[in-house]
Ligand binder design. Sequence first.
Ligand code: AMP
Ligand code: ZN
Ligand code: FE
Ligand code: FE
Length: 282
Amino acid sequence: MKFADLHLHTHFSDGTFTPEELTGHGQRLGFAALALTDHDSVEGCAPMAAACGAAGIEFIPGTELTAEHDNIEVHLLGYLMDTQNQKLLAEIGRFQAVRQNRIRDMVMRLNHLNVPLEVETVFALANCKSPGRPHVARALVKAGFCKTSDEAFERFLKKSRPAWVPKAKMSALEGVELIHQAGGLAVMAHPGLNRTDEIIPALVNAGLDGIECFHTKHSTKTAERYLEIADKFNLLVTGGSDCHGFSKGKPLIGSVKLPYEHVEKLKAKIAERKTATTNGHK
Ligand code: AMP
Ligand code: ZN
Ligand code: FE
Ligand code: FE
Protein backbone atom coordinates (compact mmCIF):
# COMPACT_ATOMS: atom_id res chain seq x y z
CA MET A 1 0.00 0.00 0.00
CA LYS A 2 1.34 3.45 -0.97
CA PHE A 3 0.72 6.50 1.23
CA ALA A 4 1.07 10.27 1.02
CA ASP A 5 1.26 13.22 3.43
CA LEU A 6 -0.14 16.30 1.69
CA HIS A 7 0.16 18.89 4.48
CA LEU A 8 3.68 19.75 5.66
CA HIS A 9 5.57 22.87 6.74
CA THR A 10 9.28 23.74 6.74
CA HIS A 11 11.35 26.68 7.98
CA PHE A 12 10.26 28.56 4.85
CA SER A 13 7.21 29.32 7.01
CA ASP A 14 6.67 28.32 10.64
CA GLY A 15 8.00 24.76 10.61
CA THR A 16 11.41 23.91 12.06
CA PHE A 17 12.64 21.32 9.52
CA THR A 18 14.57 22.06 6.37
CA PRO A 19 13.06 20.49 3.23
CA GLU A 20 15.90 17.94 3.36
CA GLU A 21 15.16 16.97 6.99
CA LEU A 22 11.44 16.71 6.29
CA THR A 23 12.08 14.51 3.25
CA GLY A 24 14.36 12.33 5.39
CA HIS A 25 11.53 11.75 7.87
CA GLY A 26 9.15 11.00 5.00
CA GLN A 27 11.59 8.47 3.56
CA ARG A 28 12.12 6.77 6.93
CA LEU A 29 8.34 6.47 7.32
CA GLY A 30 7.98 4.97 3.85
CA PHE A 31 5.89 7.70 2.18
CA ALA A 32 5.45 7.39 -1.60
CA ALA A 33 4.50 11.06 -2.02
CA LEU A 34 4.89 14.29 -0.01
CA ALA A 35 3.43 17.75 -0.55
CA LEU A 36 4.95 20.92 0.89
CA THR A 37 2.31 23.46 1.99
CA ASP A 38 4.15 26.33 3.67
CA HIS A 39 2.01 29.32 4.71
CA ASP A 40 1.93 32.01 2.00
CA SER A 41 5.10 30.62 0.44
CA VAL A 42 6.29 28.31 -2.34
CA GLU A 43 9.98 29.02 -1.71
CA GLY A 44 10.67 25.60 -0.20
CA CYS A 45 9.22 23.72 -3.17
CA ALA A 46 12.39 23.70 -5.30
CA PRO A 47 14.71 22.35 -2.58
CA MET A 48 12.03 19.91 -1.41
CA ALA A 49 11.55 18.66 -5.00
CA ALA A 50 15.30 18.05 -5.24
CA ALA A 51 15.41 16.23 -1.89
CA CYS A 52 12.38 14.09 -2.76
CA GLY A 53 13.87 13.31 -6.18
CA ALA A 54 17.05 12.05 -4.52
CA ALA A 55 15.02 9.99 -2.03
CA GLY A 56 12.77 8.41 -4.68
CA ILE A 57 9.68 10.16 -3.30
CA GLU A 58 7.10 11.83 -5.53
CA PHE A 59 6.88 15.55 -4.73
CA ILE A 60 3.69 17.58 -4.94
CA PRO A 61 4.25 21.36 -4.89
CA GLY A 62 1.80 23.22 -2.68
CA THR A 63 1.07 26.14 -0.39
CA GLU A 64 -1.38 27.06 2.38
CA LEU A 65 -3.10 30.43 1.97
CA THR A 66 -4.89 32.13 4.85
CA ALA A 67 -8.15 33.51 3.50
CA GLU A 68 -11.65 34.44 4.63
CA HIS A 69 -15.21 34.36 3.46
CA ASP A 70 -18.13 35.96 5.31
CA ASN A 71 -15.74 36.78 8.16
CA ILE A 72 -14.85 33.11 8.58
CA GLU A 73 -11.16 32.26 8.39
CA VAL A 74 -10.40 29.47 5.99
CA HIS A 75 -7.07 27.93 5.05
CA LEU A 76 -6.78 27.06 1.38
CA LEU A 77 -4.32 24.45 0.25
CA GLY A 78 -3.08 24.84 -3.32
CA TYR A 79 -1.60 21.82 -5.04
CA LEU A 80 0.30 21.19 -8.26
CA MET A 81 0.39 24.85 -9.30
CA ASP A 82 3.16 26.37 -11.37
CA THR A 83 5.32 27.70 -8.54
CA GLN A 84 6.82 30.26 -10.94
CA ASN A 85 3.41 31.72 -11.84
CA GLN A 86 3.85 35.51 -11.73
CA LYS A 87 0.45 36.39 -10.30
CA LEU A 88 0.77 33.72 -7.61
CA LEU A 89 4.23 34.99 -6.64
CA ALA A 90 3.04 38.62 -6.61
CA GLU A 91 0.06 37.83 -4.35
CA ILE A 92 2.18 35.67 -2.06
CA GLY A 93 4.67 38.57 -1.83
CA ARG A 94 1.87 40.91 -0.84
CA PHE A 95 0.71 38.58 1.94
CA GLN A 96 4.27 38.05 3.16
CA ALA A 97 4.50 41.85 3.56
CA VAL A 98 1.22 41.77 5.51
CA ARG A 99 2.70 39.07 7.76
CA GLN A 100 5.90 41.08 8.35
CA ASN A 101 3.95 44.24 9.24
CA ARG A 102 1.77 42.22 11.58
CA ILE A 103 4.87 40.97 13.41
CA ARG A 104 5.95 44.62 13.87
CA ASP A 105 2.49 45.47 15.25
CA MET A 106 2.49 42.52 17.63
CA VAL A 107 5.96 43.39 18.94
CA MET A 108 4.85 47.01 19.41
CA ARG A 109 1.90 45.78 21.45
CA LEU A 110 4.21 43.59 23.53
CA ASN A 111 6.47 46.59 24.13
CA HIS A 112 3.46 48.59 25.38
CA LEU A 113 2.79 45.67 27.75
CA ASN A 114 6.32 46.15 29.12
CA VAL A 115 7.72 43.15 27.31
CA PRO A 116 10.84 44.60 25.67
CA LEU A 117 11.10 42.07 22.85
CA GLU A 118 12.90 43.45 19.79
CA VAL A 119 11.38 42.97 16.38
CA GLU A 120 14.77 42.10 14.92
CA THR A 121 14.98 39.17 17.35
CA VAL A 122 11.76 37.79 15.89
CA PHE A 123 12.86 38.33 12.28
CA ALA A 124 16.26 36.78 12.96
CA LEU A 125 14.63 33.75 14.56
CA ALA A 126 12.02 33.43 11.82
CA ASN A 127 14.64 33.82 9.08
CA CYS A 128 11.93 33.52 6.43
CA LYS A 129 9.71 35.80 4.34
CA SER A 130 6.52 34.38 5.79
CA PRO A 131 6.77 34.89 9.58
CA GLY A 132 3.85 34.17 11.90
CA ARG A 133 2.77 34.08 15.51
CA PRO A 134 4.70 30.86 16.26
CA HIS A 135 7.90 32.80 15.56
CA VAL A 136 6.88 35.54 18.02
CA ALA A 137 6.07 32.81 20.55
CA ARG A 138 9.46 31.16 20.07
CA ALA A 139 11.22 34.53 20.35
CA LEU A 140 9.38 35.22 23.62
CA VAL A 141 10.59 31.88 24.97
CA LYS A 142 14.14 32.37 23.71
CA ALA A 143 14.35 35.84 25.31
CA GLY A 144 13.06 34.41 28.59
CA PHE A 145 9.71 36.26 28.68
CA CYS A 146 7.71 33.03 28.56
CA LYS A 147 8.49 29.46 29.54
CA THR A 148 6.79 27.80 26.57
CA SER A 149 5.24 28.77 23.24
CA ASP A 150 1.89 27.66 24.61
CA GLU A 151 2.26 30.14 27.46
CA ALA A 152 3.12 32.87 24.90
CA PHE A 153 -0.08 32.12 22.97
CA GLU A 154 -2.17 31.94 26.15
CA ARG A 155 -0.88 35.19 27.61
CA PHE A 156 -0.31 37.30 24.53
CA LEU A 157 -0.91 35.90 21.07
CA LYS A 158 -4.20 34.03 20.97
CA LYS A 159 -7.15 35.78 19.39
CA SER A 160 -8.32 38.62 21.65
CA ARG A 161 -5.24 38.39 23.88
CA PRO A 162 -3.42 41.74 24.36
CA ALA A 163 -0.70 41.34 21.71
CA TRP A 164 -2.94 39.70 19.12
CA VAL A 165 -3.28 41.59 15.87
CA PRO A 166 -5.83 40.54 13.25
CA LYS A 167 -4.36 39.63 9.90
CA ALA A 168 -5.61 41.14 6.64
CA LYS A 169 -6.63 38.10 4.64
CA MET A 170 -7.34 37.47 1.02
CA SER A 171 -10.84 36.63 -0.07
CA ALA A 172 -11.31 32.85 -0.24
CA LEU A 173 -13.09 33.14 -3.58
CA GLU A 174 -10.13 35.09 -4.98
CA GLY A 175 -7.81 32.52 -3.37
CA VAL A 176 -9.47 29.70 -5.28
CA GLU A 177 -9.12 31.71 -8.50
CA LEU A 178 -5.49 32.55 -7.73
CA ILE A 179 -4.65 28.85 -7.37
CA HIS A 180 -6.61 27.95 -10.50
CA GLN A 181 -4.97 30.58 -12.72
CA ALA A 182 -1.61 29.12 -11.61
CA GLY A 183 -2.80 25.73 -12.86
CA GLY A 184 -3.39 24.21 -9.42
CA LEU A 185 -6.13 22.62 -7.35
CA ALA A 186 -7.77 24.44 -4.43
CA VAL A 187 -8.53 22.43 -1.31
CA MET A 188 -10.16 23.49 1.97
CA ALA A 189 -7.74 22.71 4.83
CA HIS A 190 -8.77 21.14 8.15
CA PRO A 191 -12.48 22.13 8.07
CA GLY A 192 -12.92 20.46 11.45
CA LEU A 193 -10.50 22.94 13.02
CA ASN A 194 -11.62 26.16 11.37
CA ARG A 195 -15.34 25.34 11.49
CA THR A 196 -15.82 26.35 7.91
CA ASP A 197 -18.78 24.09 7.09
CA GLU A 198 -21.21 26.87 6.34
CA ILE A 199 -19.02 28.37 3.63
CA ILE A 200 -18.41 25.09 1.80
CA PRO A 201 -21.26 25.64 -0.72
CA ALA A 202 -19.98 29.14 -1.61
CA LEU A 203 -16.46 27.85 -2.14
CA VAL A 204 -17.73 24.91 -4.17
CA ASN A 205 -19.54 27.44 -6.39
CA ALA A 206 -16.26 29.29 -6.79
CA GLY A 207 -14.60 26.09 -8.00
CA LEU A 208 -13.18 24.48 -4.86
CA ASP A 209 -11.64 21.17 -5.94
CA GLY A 210 -11.18 19.27 -2.71
CA ILE A 211 -11.44 19.04 1.04
CA GLU A 212 -8.90 17.86 3.62
CA CYS A 213 -10.78 15.02 5.30
CA PHE A 214 -7.80 13.47 7.06
CA HIS A 215 -5.83 15.70 9.43
CA THR A 216 -3.98 15.07 12.68
CA LYS A 217 -6.61 16.99 14.62
CA HIS A 218 -9.63 15.36 12.94
CA SER A 219 -11.15 12.46 14.85
CA THR A 220 -12.26 9.39 12.91
CA LYS A 221 -15.79 10.69 13.21
CA THR A 222 -14.81 14.10 11.84
CA ALA A 223 -12.96 12.50 8.93
CA GLU A 224 -16.02 10.40 8.12
CA ARG A 225 -18.22 13.46 8.23
CA TYR A 226 -16.03 15.27 5.68
CA LEU A 227 -15.79 12.18 3.48
CA GLU A 228 -19.59 12.35 3.26
CA ILE A 229 -19.42 16.07 2.45
CA ALA A 230 -16.76 15.38 -0.22
CA ASP A 231 -19.07 12.81 -1.73
CA LYS A 232 -22.07 15.14 -1.63
CA PHE A 233 -20.25 18.02 -3.36
CA ASN A 234 -18.12 15.81 -5.61
CA LEU A 235 -14.89 17.06 -4.03
CA LEU A 236 -11.48 15.42 -4.09
CA VAL A 237 -10.29 14.00 -0.77
CA THR A 238 -6.92 14.98 0.71
CA GLY A 239 -5.13 14.51 4.00
CA GLY A 240 -1.95 15.33 5.83
CA SER A 241 -0.30 15.62 9.21
CA ASP A 242 0.22 19.45 9.24
CA CYS A 243 3.68 18.68 10.64
CA HIS A 244 5.60 21.78 11.78
CA GLY A 245 8.70 19.90 12.90
CA PHE A 246 9.46 20.54 16.57
CA SER A 247 7.54 23.81 16.76
CA LYS A 248 4.46 22.15 18.23
CA GLY A 249 5.98 19.40 20.34
CA LYS A 250 6.97 16.26 18.49
CA PRO A 251 6.98 16.06 14.69
CA LEU A 252 3.56 15.01 13.42
CA ILE A 253 4.66 13.52 10.11
CA GLY A 254 3.46 9.91 10.06
CA SER A 255 0.26 10.62 12.00
CA VAL A 256 -1.78 10.73 8.77
CA LYS A 257 -1.24 8.27 5.93
CA LEU A 258 -3.38 9.20 2.96
CA PRO A 259 -3.93 6.28 0.57
CA TYR A 260 -2.09 7.06 -2.68
CA GLU A 261 -5.20 6.66 -4.82
CA HIS A 262 -6.21 10.18 -3.74
CA VAL A 263 -2.97 11.58 -5.20
CA GLU A 264 -3.83 9.86 -8.47
CA LYS A 265 -7.24 11.52 -8.44
CA LEU A 266 -5.66 14.95 -7.89
CA LYS A 267 -3.35 14.42 -10.86
CA ALA A 268 -6.21 13.10 -12.99
CA LYS A 269 -8.21 16.28 -12.33
CA ILE A 270 -5.27 18.46 -13.41
CA ALA A 271 -4.82 16.34 -16.55
CA GLU A 272 -8.55 16.56 -17.30
CA ARG A 273 -8.48 20.33 -16.95
CA LYS A 274 -5.48 20.62 -19.28
CA THR A 275 -7.22 18.49 -21.92
CA ALA A 276 -10.38 20.58 -21.62
CA THR A 277 -8.35 23.80 -22.06
CA THR A 278 -6.49 22.53 -25.14
CA ASN A 279 -9.83 21.47 -26.62
CA GLY A 280 -11.07 25.02 -26.21
CA HIS A 281 -13.42 24.43 -23.29
CA LYS A 282 -12.97 26.10 -19.97
P1 AMP B 1 -0.51 33.07 12.12
O1 AMP B 1 -0.57 32.54 10.72
O2 AMP B 1 0.62 34.01 12.31
O3 AMP B 1 -1.81 33.63 12.62
O4 AMP B 1 -0.17 31.82 13.07
C1 AMP B 1 -0.90 30.66 12.95
C2 AMP B 1 -0.10 29.54 13.49
O5 AMP B 1 -0.09 29.63 14.92
C3 AMP B 1 -0.65 28.18 13.12
O6 AMP B 1 0.40 27.32 12.70
C4 AMP B 1 -1.29 27.70 14.39
O7 AMP B 1 -1.23 26.32 14.52
C5 AMP B 1 -0.47 28.38 15.47
N1 AMP B 1 -1.34 28.62 16.63
C6 AMP B 1 -2.52 29.26 16.59
N2 AMP B 1 -3.08 29.31 17.84
C7 AMP B 1 -2.21 28.66 18.67
C8 AMP B 1 -2.21 28.37 20.06
N3 AMP B 1 -3.21 28.75 20.86
N4 AMP B 1 -1.16 27.68 20.57
C9 AMP B 1 -0.13 27.31 19.76
N5 AMP B 1 -0.08 27.55 18.42
C10 AMP B 1 -1.10 28.23 17.89
ZN1 ZN C 1 1.76 26.78 10.48
FE1 FE D 1 -3.79 25.67 8.61
FE1 FE E 1 -0.76 23.97 7.99
